[in-house]
Ligand binder design. Structure first.
Ligand SMILES: NC(=O)c1ccc[n+]([C@@H]2O[C@H](COP(=O)([O-])OP(=O)(O)OC[C@H]3O[C@@H](n4cnc5c(N)ncnc54)[C@H](OP(=O)(O)O)[C@@H]3O)[C@@H](O)[C@H]2O)c1
Length: 335
C-alpha cells in the first residue's frame, strides 16, 4: 500500500471563474482505520458543476467547503483494509471519498452492485442518472406527445434527461455548445433536434424546432438560454430548475431572466430540486435506468481524465464545455 495519501484541499476561495490554483495538493499519512472500521482506496472521483457553489462562503443546501479542508466529492473506491466483516477487502464501494487517494469508510458509503462498471455506477446509475430521472419525471412530469427542451444536452445530466424524454414519448430538443455535441445529441442519442447555442439564434431555432411550443424545459444553465426558452413556453408548462451553470462563476449576481412574466401569462410552474430529495426512491429509478440501458434505449457516455493530480483542471473543463457526458477522474485501478 502507498505510504502517503495525496489530497486536494481548498487553498483559497475563487473570485469569479474557478482556477486550478484555488486548490493545493497535500501529502499526509494514510489514515488508520479504527477497530471495526475500514479503509477505502479511491479509484474514481467525480467533478460536478455544483462544486463551484460549495467553494463560496455563503449559505446553500450544503455548508461551504472550509479553507484547508479536503475538497468534498463523491467517488468510488475499493476496500483495502477492513475490520468490518460486512465490508470485505476487495469490495467496491461508492460514497464521499473527497478528492484524495485514501479515505476511511463510514456513513454515506454503499457497496457497488456486482457487475456494475464504475463509470455507470457514477453516471447513469449514480447521482447523474438520478438527477435526470427525478428532475424529468417528478418535476417535469412530461406526458406523451409533449415537447421537452433540455439545455447542456450533451452533458452528464442533460444527455440522459433528453433520452428519458424520448422514452416518455415526447418530442425532445436539446441545446448544446458546438456542432459535434449537437450531432451526437440529434444522432446517437435520438433527440429530434439540437440547437447549437454558440452558433445559432436560440430563440429563432426554438420556434423552428418546437412548432407546438415548449411544455417542459429541463434547465441546466439558467441565464440567457432560460430567458430564450421562456419566450416559447406553453400554457401550464413546467420548468425544471436543475442547474444554472452559466452563472455559477459570476463574480457579481447576474441580471435575472427578463421574461419571468411568461410564467404568469402561461400559468406555468418553475420548480427547483436537489437530487437527494428523492434518495428514498433511488432504487426504483436505478432499476428503470438499468433496464433501459440493457435494452439499448439509453446511452450513457463518460469522459475520463487520468490522475488525481489533474482533478482541479478537470473541474475547470466543465465550465468551458470541454466535456461530453459524465466527466470523471481516474485515480487508481482496482487490485
Ligand atoms: N439539482 C440537482 O440536484 C443537480 C444535480 C446534479 C447536477 N445539477 C446541475 O445540472 C447541470 C449539469 O450538470 P452535469 O454534472 O451534467 O454537468 P455537464 O452538463 O456534464 O457539464 C457542464 C456543461 O455545461 C455547459 N456549460 C458550461 N458553461 C455554460 C454556459 N455559460 N452556458 C451554457 N452552458 C454551459 C457545457 O456544455 P456546452 O458545451 O453544451 O456548453 C458543459 O459541458 C449543472 O447546472 C448542475 O449544477 C443539478
Amino acid at each position: 500500500m502507498d505510504a502517503v495519501n495525496r489530497r486536494w484541499v481548498l487553498a483559497e476561495r475563487p473570485s469569479g471563474m474557478v482556477r486550478e490554483g484555488n486548490f493545493a495538493l497535500e501529502q499526509t499519512p494514510v489514515p488508520e482505520p479504527p477497530a471495526g472500521g475500514y479503509l477505502v482506496r479511491t479509484l474514481y472521483v467525480s467533478v460536478d458543476p455544483a462544486m463551484r457553489g460549495w467553494l463560496d462562503d455563503r449559505p446553500s443546501y450544503v455548508p461551504p467547503v472550509r479553507l484547508g479542508e479536503v475538497m468534498r466529492a463523491g467517488g468510488l473506491g475499493q476496500v483495502v483494509r477492513s475490520g468490518d466483516p460486512r465490508v470485505p477487502v476487495g469490495q467496491l464501494v461508492q460514497g464521499p471519498t473527497g478528492w484524495q487517494d485514501y479515505v476511511l469508510g463510514g456513513p454515506g458509503f454503499v457497496p457497488v452492485p456486482a457487475g456494475v462498471p464504475p463509470e455507470l455506477a457514477m453516471g447513469a446509475l449514480g447521482m447523474t442518472g438520478m438527477t435526470a430521472y427525478f428532475g424529468l419525471f417528478e418535476v417535469g412530469a412530461p406526458r406523451p406527445g409533449e415537447t421537452v427542451v433540455v439545455s447542456a444536452a450533451a452533458g452528464a445530466v442533460g444527455s440522459l434527461a433528453g433520452q428519458l424524454a424520448k422514452i416518455a414519448g415526447c418530442r425532445a430538443v436539446g441545446i448544446a455548445g458546438g456542432p459535434g455535441k449537437c450531432a451526437w445529441v440529434a444522432g446517437e442519442l435520438g433527440l429530434d433536434a439540437c440547437i447549437d447555442y454558440h452558433a445559432e439564434d436560440v430563440g429563432r431555432r426554438l420556434a423552428d424546432t418546437c412548432p407546438d411550443g415548449v411544455d417542459v424545459y429541463f434547465d441546466n444553465v439558467g441565464g440567457a438560454i432560460l430567458d430564450a426558452v421562456l419566450g416559447h413556453i406553453n400554457l401550464r408548462a413546467r420548468i425544471v430548475a436543475c442547474g444554472a451553470i452559466s452563472v455559477y462563476n459570476a463574480a457579481a449576481p447576474a441580471p435575472g431572466p427578463t421574461r419571468l412574466n411568461r410564467l404568469i401569462v402561461q400559468r406555468a410552474r418553475m420548480q427547483g430540486f436537489i437530487v437527494s430529495d428523492y434518495a428514498r426512491s433511488f432504487d426504483v429509478a436505478r432499476r428503470a435506468m438499468g433496464r433501459w440501458l440493457a435494452q439499448g434505449r439509453l446511452v450513457s457516455r463518460s469522459q475520463v481524465v487520468d490522475g488525481l493530480e489533474r482533478t482541479p483542471a478537470a473541474l475547470c473543463m466543465l465550465f468551458t464545455g470541454a466535456n461530453t457526458g459524465k466527466l470523471l477522474v481516474r485515480v487508481a485501478d482496482p487490485r
